[in-house]
Design a protein around this ligand. Structure first.
Ligand code: PHE
Length: 335
Protein backbone atom coordinates (compact mmCIF):
# COMPACT_ATOMS: atom_id res chain seq x y z
CA UNK A 1 0.00 0.00 0.00
CA UNK A 2 1.10 3.53 -0.77
CA UNK A 3 2.49 4.90 2.53
CA UNK A 4 0.97 8.36 1.96
CA UNK A 5 -2.47 6.84 1.44
CA UNK A 6 -1.94 4.63 4.51
CA UNK A 7 -1.14 7.71 6.65
CA UNK A 8 -4.29 9.45 5.41
CA UNK A 9 -6.39 6.36 6.13
CA UNK A 10 -4.90 6.11 9.57
CA UNK A 11 -5.68 9.76 10.42
CA UNK A 12 -9.24 9.55 9.07
CA UNK A 13 -9.96 6.31 10.95
CA UNK A 14 -8.51 7.78 14.19
CA UNK A 15 -10.65 10.90 13.84
CA UNK A 16 -13.83 8.85 13.42
CA UNK A 17 -12.94 6.49 16.27
CA UNK A 18 -12.22 9.39 18.64
CA UNK A 19 -15.52 11.08 17.78
CA UNK A 20 -17.38 7.84 18.44
CA UNK A 21 -15.64 7.12 21.73
CA UNK A 22 -18.16 8.31 24.32
CA UNK A 23 -16.57 7.25 27.59
CA UNK A 24 -13.21 6.66 29.24
CA UNK A 25 -13.15 2.94 28.41
CA UNK A 26 -13.97 3.44 24.74
CA UNK A 27 -11.37 6.19 24.57
CA UNK A 28 -8.72 3.95 26.09
CA UNK A 29 -9.48 1.30 23.47
CA UNK A 30 -9.00 3.92 20.73
CA UNK A 31 -5.72 4.97 22.30
CA UNK A 32 -4.42 1.43 22.33
CA UNK A 33 -5.49 0.80 18.74
CA UNK A 34 -4.20 4.06 17.25
CA UNK A 35 -1.42 5.26 19.51
CA UNK A 36 -0.21 2.09 21.26
CA UNK A 37 3.57 1.78 21.24
CA UNK A 38 3.92 -2.02 21.18
CA UNK A 39 1.36 -2.99 18.55
CA UNK A 40 -1.55 -1.45 16.71
CA UNK A 41 -1.88 0.81 13.70
CA UNK A 42 1.01 3.06 14.48
CA UNK A 43 3.30 0.06 14.59
CA UNK A 44 1.93 -1.19 11.24
CA UNK A 45 2.59 2.21 9.69
CA UNK A 46 6.14 2.18 10.93
CA UNK A 47 6.62 -1.21 9.31
CA UNK A 48 5.34 0.18 6.04
CA UNK A 49 7.65 3.19 6.21
CA UNK A 50 10.57 0.90 6.90
CA UNK A 51 10.17 -0.43 3.39
CA UNK A 52 10.50 3.00 1.79
CA UNK A 53 13.63 3.89 -0.20
CA UNK A 54 16.29 6.03 1.43
CA UNK A 55 15.25 9.00 -0.77
CA UNK A 56 11.60 8.74 0.26
CA UNK A 57 12.31 8.19 3.90
CA UNK A 58 12.97 11.80 5.16
CA UNK A 59 9.74 13.14 3.58
CA UNK A 60 7.65 10.22 4.79
CA UNK A 61 9.21 10.37 8.25
CA UNK A 62 8.24 14.02 8.56
CA UNK A 63 4.67 13.30 7.47
CA UNK A 64 4.45 10.36 9.84
CA UNK A 65 5.45 12.58 12.77
CA UNK A 66 2.95 15.25 11.79
CA UNK A 67 0.08 12.79 11.55
CA UNK A 68 1.00 11.10 14.83
CA UNK A 69 1.17 14.47 16.62
CA UNK A 70 -2.19 15.51 15.18
CA UNK A 71 -3.84 12.27 16.35
CA UNK A 72 -2.20 12.57 19.78
CA UNK A 73 -3.55 16.09 20.11
CA UNK A 74 -7.02 15.06 18.95
CA UNK A 75 -6.93 12.28 21.53
CA UNK A 76 -6.04 14.70 24.36
CA UNK A 77 -8.77 17.07 23.29
CA UNK A 78 -11.37 14.31 23.26
CA UNK A 79 -10.17 13.16 26.67
CA UNK A 80 -10.81 16.62 28.11
CA UNK A 81 -14.24 16.71 26.53
CA UNK A 82 -15.21 13.37 27.98
CA UNK A 83 -13.96 14.15 31.50
CA UNK A 84 -15.93 17.44 31.62
CA UNK A 85 -19.37 17.06 33.22
CA UNK A 86 -22.12 16.87 30.64
CA UNK A 87 -24.07 19.99 29.82
CA UNK A 88 -27.68 19.59 30.86
CA UNK A 89 -30.55 19.51 28.40
CA UNK A 90 -31.13 23.22 28.80
CA UNK A 91 -27.62 23.92 27.56
CA UNK A 92 -26.36 24.90 30.98
CA UNK A 93 -22.62 24.41 31.21
CA UNK A 94 -21.82 24.13 34.89
CA UNK A 95 -18.10 24.25 34.22
CA UNK A 96 -18.27 27.86 33.04
CA UNK A 97 -17.19 30.43 35.65
CA UNK A 98 -20.15 31.82 37.58
CA UNK A 99 -21.35 35.41 37.79
CA UNK A 100 -19.31 37.34 40.33
CA UNK A 101 -21.50 39.16 42.81
CA UNK A 102 -19.87 42.09 44.55
CA UNK A 103 -20.59 42.35 48.24
CA UNK A 104 -22.40 45.46 49.34
CA UNK A 105 -21.03 47.36 52.30
CA UNK A 106 -22.34 49.79 54.85
CA UNK A 107 -22.21 53.48 54.03
CA UNK A 108 -19.22 55.28 55.62
CA UNK A 109 -21.58 57.48 57.64
CA UNK A 110 -23.42 54.41 58.97
CA UNK A 111 -20.06 52.91 59.88
CA UNK A 112 -19.09 56.12 61.68
CA UNK A 113 -22.41 56.21 63.56
CA UNK A 114 -21.87 52.65 64.74
CA UNK A 115 -18.34 53.43 65.87
CA UNK A 116 -19.53 56.61 67.65
CA UNK A 117 -22.15 54.60 69.52
CA UNK A 118 -19.54 52.09 70.50
CA UNK A 119 -17.08 54.68 71.80
CA UNK A 120 -19.56 56.91 73.61
CA UNK A 121 -21.24 53.81 75.05
CA UNK A 122 -18.01 53.16 76.93
CA UNK A 123 -18.53 56.52 78.68
CA UNK A 124 -21.86 55.24 79.94
CA UNK A 125 -24.12 57.06 77.46
CA UNK A 126 -27.27 55.24 76.32
CA UNK A 127 -28.35 55.60 72.69
CA UNK A 128 -31.86 56.96 72.10
CA UNK A 129 -33.79 57.95 68.98
CA UNK A 130 -35.98 60.90 68.12
CA UNK A 131 -38.26 61.92 65.24
CA UNK A 132 -36.90 63.73 62.20
CA UNK A 133 -40.17 65.59 61.70
CA UNK A 134 -40.51 67.92 64.63
CA UNK A 135 -42.83 70.54 66.01
CA UNK A 136 -41.81 74.08 66.86
CA UNK A 137 -42.04 73.35 70.55
CA UNK A 138 -39.29 70.73 70.60
CA UNK A 139 -37.13 72.32 67.93
CA UNK A 140 -37.32 75.86 69.40
CA UNK A 141 -39.58 76.77 72.36
CA UNK A 142 -38.40 74.20 74.87
CA UNK A 143 -34.82 74.92 73.83
CA UNK A 144 -35.19 78.51 74.96
CA UNK A 145 -35.21 79.86 71.41
CA UNK A 146 -37.51 82.91 71.55
CA UNK A 147 -40.22 83.57 68.95
CA UNK A 148 -38.25 86.35 67.35
CA UNK A 149 -34.99 84.43 67.14
CA UNK A 150 -33.44 84.28 63.64
CA UNK A 151 -32.92 80.49 64.04
CA UNK A 152 -36.67 80.19 63.32
CA UNK A 153 -36.39 82.02 60.02
CA UNK A 154 -38.21 80.18 57.19
CA UNK A 155 -35.07 80.65 55.10
CA UNK A 156 -33.06 78.68 57.66
CA UNK A 157 -35.47 75.79 58.12
CA UNK A 158 -37.43 73.24 56.12
CA UNK A 159 -40.97 73.94 57.29
CA UNK A 160 -43.50 71.36 56.20
CA UNK A 161 -46.76 73.09 55.50
CA UNK A 162 -48.32 70.05 53.79
CA UNK A 163 -47.43 67.67 56.62
CA UNK A 164 -48.73 70.18 59.09
CA UNK A 165 -52.06 70.52 57.32
CA UNK A 166 -52.41 66.73 57.13
CA UNK A 167 -51.66 66.27 60.82
CA UNK A 168 -54.01 69.08 61.72
CA UNK A 169 -51.46 70.55 64.12
CA UNK A 170 -51.59 74.23 64.91
CA UNK A 171 -47.92 75.04 65.30
CA UNK A 172 -45.32 74.71 62.57
CA UNK A 173 -43.92 71.33 61.62
CA UNK A 174 -40.42 71.09 60.25
CA UNK A 175 -37.58 68.74 59.47
CA UNK A 176 -35.54 69.09 62.65
CA UNK A 177 -32.63 71.47 62.28
CA UNK A 178 -30.72 69.97 65.20
CA UNK A 179 -30.72 66.83 67.32
CA UNK A 180 -31.05 68.97 70.48
CA UNK A 181 -34.78 68.25 70.12
CA UNK A 182 -34.06 64.80 71.52
CA UNK A 183 -32.71 66.33 74.75
CA UNK A 184 -36.18 67.72 75.38
CA UNK A 185 -38.00 64.53 74.42
CA UNK A 186 -35.85 62.46 76.76
CA UNK A 187 -36.05 64.83 79.74
CA UNK A 188 -39.83 65.09 79.33
CA UNK A 189 -40.09 61.37 79.92
CA UNK A 190 -37.18 60.64 82.27
CA UNK A 191 -36.21 61.77 85.73
CA UNK A 192 -32.59 62.76 86.33
CA UNK A 193 -29.87 61.51 86.25
CA UNK A 194 -29.74 61.31 82.45
CA UNK A 195 -26.87 60.25 80.25
CA UNK A 196 -27.90 59.80 76.62
CA UNK A 197 -26.74 60.32 73.06
CA UNK A 198 -28.87 60.50 69.94
CA UNK A 199 -27.44 60.14 66.46
CA UNK A 200 -29.35 61.05 63.35
CA UNK A 201 -30.14 63.32 60.46
CA UNK A 202 -30.72 67.06 60.64
CA UNK A 203 -31.83 69.39 57.86
CA UNK A 204 -30.83 72.96 57.05
CA UNK A 205 -31.17 74.92 53.83
CA UNK A 206 -27.49 75.83 53.92
CA UNK A 207 -25.58 76.81 50.82
CA UNK A 208 -23.99 73.54 49.78
CA UNK A 209 -20.20 73.48 49.63
CA UNK A 210 -17.23 71.36 50.66
CA UNK A 211 -18.24 71.32 54.33
CA UNK A 212 -22.01 72.02 54.15
CA UNK A 213 -24.91 69.90 53.03
CA UNK A 214 -28.69 70.42 53.38
CA UNK A 215 -28.86 67.19 55.31
CA UNK A 216 -26.18 65.91 57.62
CA UNK A 217 -25.82 63.90 60.81
CA UNK A 218 -25.27 64.95 64.39
CA UNK A 219 -24.53 63.17 67.60
CA UNK A 220 -26.32 64.88 70.44
CA UNK A 221 -25.17 64.20 73.98
CA UNK A 222 -26.86 65.07 77.25
CA UNK A 223 -25.76 64.41 80.80
CA UNK A 224 -27.80 65.66 83.73
CA UNK A 225 -27.12 65.03 87.41
CA UNK A 226 -26.58 66.85 90.66
CA UNK A 227 -22.97 67.88 90.04
CA UNK A 228 -22.25 67.72 86.32
CA UNK A 229 -19.73 70.37 85.27
CA UNK A 230 -17.99 71.96 82.32
CA UNK A 231 -14.66 70.23 83.02
CA UNK A 232 -16.40 66.88 82.59
CA UNK A 233 -17.92 68.05 79.33
CA UNK A 234 -14.51 69.02 77.97
CA UNK A 235 -12.98 65.76 79.15
CA UNK A 236 -15.70 63.66 77.51
CA UNK A 237 -15.31 65.50 74.20
CA UNK A 238 -11.53 65.35 74.25
CA UNK A 239 -11.48 61.65 75.12
CA UNK A 240 -14.15 60.93 72.54
CA UNK A 241 -12.24 62.69 69.76
CA UNK A 242 -9.03 60.92 70.78
CA UNK A 243 -10.75 57.53 70.77
CA UNK A 244 -12.09 58.13 67.26
CA UNK A 245 -9.18 60.00 65.68
CA UNK A 246 -6.14 58.97 67.68
CA UNK A 247 -3.77 60.52 70.18
CA UNK A 248 -2.61 63.40 67.96
CA UNK A 249 -6.03 65.05 67.62
CA UNK A 250 -6.26 68.68 68.73
CA UNK A 251 -9.54 70.07 70.02
CA UNK A 252 -10.27 73.65 70.97
CA UNK A 253 -13.24 75.17 72.81
CA UNK A 254 -14.26 78.64 71.70
CA UNK A 255 -16.67 80.77 73.80
CA UNK A 256 -19.95 81.04 71.91
CA UNK A 257 -23.69 81.36 72.36
CA UNK A 258 -26.60 78.93 72.11
CA UNK A 259 -30.00 79.79 73.62
CA UNK A 260 -30.17 76.38 75.29
CA UNK A 261 -26.74 76.36 76.98
CA UNK A 262 -24.97 78.77 79.29
CA UNK A 263 -22.01 79.01 79.13
CA UNK A 264 -21.69 77.80 75.53
CA UNK A 265 -18.70 76.81 73.46
CA UNK A 266 -18.05 75.94 69.89
CA UNK A 267 -15.83 72.90 69.38
CA UNK A 268 -13.13 73.08 66.72
CA UNK A 269 -10.71 70.43 65.53
CA UNK A 270 -7.35 70.99 63.87
CA UNK A 271 -7.13 69.51 60.39
CA UNK A 272 -4.05 70.14 58.25
CA UNK A 273 -3.25 73.38 60.03
CA UNK A 274 -6.82 74.78 59.88
CA UNK A 275 -9.43 74.79 62.63
CA UNK A 276 -12.67 73.15 61.49
CA UNK A 277 -15.83 73.61 63.54
CA UNK A 278 -17.18 70.21 64.54
CA UNK A 279 -19.94 71.07 66.97
CA UNK A 280 -21.39 73.07 69.82
CA UNK A 281 -21.68 72.37 73.52
CA UNK A 282 -22.30 73.91 76.90
CA UNK A 283 -24.03 73.68 80.27
CA UNK A 284 -27.77 73.18 79.88
CA UNK A 285 -29.56 76.50 80.36
CA UNK A 286 -31.75 76.60 83.52
CA UNK A 287 -34.71 77.64 81.32
CA UNK A 288 -34.43 74.37 79.42
CA UNK A 289 -34.37 72.37 82.65
CA UNK A 290 -37.45 74.23 83.85
CA UNK A 291 -39.26 73.67 80.54
CA UNK A 292 -39.10 69.91 81.06
CA UNK A 293 -40.07 70.11 84.72
CA UNK A 294 -36.60 69.69 86.25
CA UNK A 295 -35.57 71.93 89.13
CA UNK A 296 -32.52 73.97 88.04
CA UNK A 297 -31.66 74.46 91.72
CA UNK A 298 -31.35 70.70 92.15
CA UNK A 299 -29.82 69.44 88.91
CA UNK A 300 -27.52 70.68 86.20
CA UNK A 301 -26.12 69.18 83.04
CA UNK A 302 -24.07 69.51 79.93
CA UNK A 303 -25.05 68.99 76.30
CA UNK A 304 -23.13 68.72 73.07
CA UNK A 305 -23.92 68.33 69.39
CA UNK A 306 -21.22 67.05 67.03
CA UNK A 307 -21.22 66.90 63.23
CA UNK A 308 -20.69 63.26 62.34
CA UNK A 309 -19.64 63.87 58.72
CA UNK A 310 -16.83 66.18 59.72
CA UNK A 311 -15.26 63.60 62.01
CA UNK A 312 -15.56 60.97 59.30
CA UNK A 313 -14.02 63.37 56.75
CA UNK A 314 -11.07 64.06 58.97
CA UNK A 315 -10.51 60.38 59.75
CA UNK A 316 -10.55 59.32 56.09
CA UNK A 317 -9.15 62.53 54.56
CA UNK A 318 -12.33 63.16 52.55
CA UNK A 319 -12.19 66.82 51.65
CA UNK A 320 -15.73 67.27 50.33
CA UNK A 321 -18.89 66.35 52.26
CA UNK A 322 -20.82 65.96 48.99
CA UNK A 323 -18.83 62.80 48.21
CA UNK A 324 -20.89 60.96 50.85
CA UNK A 325 -24.18 61.61 49.05
CA UNK A 326 -23.35 61.11 45.39
CA UNK A 327 -23.84 57.33 45.47
CA UNK A 328 -20.54 56.87 43.67
CA UNK A 329 -19.92 53.19 44.26
CA UNK A 330 -16.22 53.51 43.56
CA UNK A 331 -15.91 56.11 46.29
CA UNK A 332 -18.14 54.24 48.73
CA UNK A 333 -16.41 50.90 48.23
CA UNK A 334 -13.22 52.29 49.75
CA UNK A 335 -14.69 52.24 53.24
N1 PHE B 1 -27.66 72.14 68.45
C1 PHE B 1 -26.47 72.88 68.22
C2 PHE B 1 -26.26 72.99 66.70
O1 PHE B 1 -26.82 72.23 65.98
C3 PHE B 1 -25.25 72.21 68.82
C4 PHE B 1 -25.35 72.14 70.32
C5 PHE B 1 -25.85 71.01 70.93
C6 PHE B 1 -24.89 73.18 71.10
C7 PHE B 1 -25.91 70.94 72.29
C8 PHE B 1 -24.95 73.13 72.47
C9 PHE B 1 -25.46 72.00 73.05
O2 PHE B 1 -25.55 73.86 66.25
Amino acid sequence: MDPIAALKDYQAAATTALAEADGPDALEAVRIEFLGKKKGRLKDLQGLLGKATSEERPVLGKQFNEVRNAVTEAFEKRKREISRPKASLTGLDITLPGTQYTLGRRHPITQTIDEFKDIIGRFGFTVVDGPEIEDGYHNFDALNIPDVHPARDPLDNFYLSAAQAAAGTDGPTLLRSQTSTVQIRVMEKTNPPVRIVSLGRVYRPDTIDRTHSCMFHQMEGLMVGDSVNMAELKTVLKLFATAYLGEGVEIRFRPSFFPFTEPSVEVDMLWDGTWLEVGGAGMVDPNVLSAVGYDPEEVCGFAFGLGIERFCMRRHQVNDIRRFYENDVQFLSQF
